[in-house]
Design a protein around this ligand. Structure first.
Ligand code: SF4
Length: 439
């Protein structure tokens, strides 16, 4: 069976198999396998397909999706066929996120997977027109809860059911109602139908929380844990087993290295792989004795496996190495930042290095963005890649400019101060001057 040619992606939509996104290095396809776990063979198939039908560059996104790059109109249908032959079924419809260890983490308050499945079916049956980037989080808690993941609509497991809230992460979302298990799908569908009634671009922030609460029965006061979620990178004890979180440097990996990584981890005992937020791949099946070997294998393939890896808070796109739209080498700039600007990389702020204003790697705002423009590399503070830069330098001046920013942070950051606190109390003009090399 021949898959149909892909449609052109409409603006703001997600680049799925049926609607890949045009980037400077060809078409980009984002996919999330419907199955929560991938076998080693699945991983090897994905690497092979990315090499045969794209340019072999594989990315894991901040939300734990896979991206294959460098595809063409002709090769996308062949990728779809290859996935079908391998039995890897991409998720379709509204993005519903659940903790990556749902159903196997004995410390979770509830298993989010069946709720997600039922909600997915209910949304499909309702045939509503919803915003292309609508995000739903169903957080059952546990070691790798999604407490910090923002969503238009979220459900958090509580003792008496699920708390429905809108427009934020667990701490910031506005609570609507507590839904008992037998009302959770109907109650959540009420909120989703309200979004559809507002219009095809409506997001969680647009909902009238008061009206919804009145309809669903207002949320009684309920204090949810505001403990920060663990970072998926590193070793986790889940029940009686070890789970190792590894992340390709800056979320990107060539297919050949992925193959070497998977084979090396399998030799250490790995038997299952799960995509996770923060560009992470969770590895199951490792014994306590094999963890050190698995970490060494990850290190050999340029993969991070500790949650203190300084590059973990940098989002970069393919850059000049893989995308014709890029104005500079984003990898090289990130390496300079890791070497000379570690004070910025304590995990308290997002840093974005984007080859062009499209900002593929981090559509949201970041504390610091370096962005390729026609005039050079722009510095954007607390903004998106497409925002007007506070200063622009020729590409050749970028490395010393990053080093000057690093020197400023080292000299002026107080003992114990986070990068976020430092940026909050520092005048943007000081950062711009350092970037430009002005006193
Ligand atoms: S943001 Fe990066 S990957 Fe996306 S189009 Fe621009 S240069 Fe290419």
């Amino acid at each position: 069976m021949t898959a149909p040619a892909p449609d052109t992606l409409r603006r703001g939509a997600c680049p799925s198999l049926s609607a890949p996104m045009q980037t400077g290095d060809g078409l980009l396809v984002r996919l999330r396998p419907a199955a929560p776990a991938l076998t080693a063979d699945d991983m090897l198939v994905l690497a092979d397909l990315s090499r045969r039908h794209g340019n072999g560059l594989i990315e894991i996104t901040a939300r734990g999706n896979l991206q294959l790059r460098g595809l063409t109109e002709a090769s996308v249908p062949r990728l779809a066929e290859g996935l079908a032959v391998a039995g890897i079924v991409p998720q379709t419809g509204v993005a519903i996120e659940i903790p990556p260890l749902s159903g196997i983490d004995s410390s979770e308050a509830a298993d989010a997977a069946p709720v997600a499945e039922a909600l997915r079916k209910a949304i499909a049956a309702a045939s509503l027109t919803l915003a292309p980037k609508l995000a739903i989080v169903i957080d059952g808690g546990g070691v790798l809860s999604l407490a910090g993941m923002a969503a238009d609509i979220r459900l958090d497991a509580v003792e008496v059911g699920w708390r429905l809230s809108v427009g934020g992460d667990r701490r910031t979302a506005r609570p609507v109602a507590i839904l008992a298990e037998d009302r959770v799908i109907a109650g959540t569908m009420t909120a989703i139908a309200a979004l559809a009634a507002i219009g095809p671009a409506a997001r969680g922030r647009d909902l009238d929380v008061g009206a919804l609460a009145a309809e669903l029965g207002a949320a009684s006061e309920l204090t949810l844990s505001d403990a920060p979620a663990s970072h998926p990178l590193g070793i986790h004890r889940v029940g009686g087993e070890n789970v190792l979180g590894v992340a390709p440097a800056y979320g990107q990996m060539q297919a050949d290295r992925l193959v070497a990584l998977v084979k090396g981890l399998v030799a250490c005992g790995a038997r299952e792989f799960r995509l996770a937020p923060h560009r992470t791949l969770l590895v199951r099946g490792l014994s306590g004795e094999s963890l050190a070997d698995a970490e060494a294998c990850a290190g050999r393939e340029g993969v991070w496996c500790t949650d203190t890896a300084p590059g973990r808070s940098i989002s970069i796109c393919a850059g000049a190495a893989g995308c014709a739209s890029a104005g500079f080498d984003t990898h090289a700039a990130a390496d300079v930042l890791v070497a000379d600007g570690r004070d910025l990389l304590d995990g308290s702020v997002d840093v974005h290095i984007s080859g062009c204003p499209k900002g593929c790697a981090h559509p949201a705002s970041a504390a610091v963005t370096l962005c390729g423009t026609v005039a050079g590399v722009g510095l954007v503070l607390d903004g998106r890649a497409g925002d007007a830069p506070a200063a622009v330098l020729p590409v050749d001046d970028l490395t010393p400019a990053i080093r000057r920013l690093g020197t400023l942070l080292r000299a002026q950051r107080k003992e114990g101060e986070t990068a976020r606190n430092f940026l909050d109390r520092t005048a943007p003009a000081a950062l711009v001057s350092a970037y430009q090399g002005k006193r």
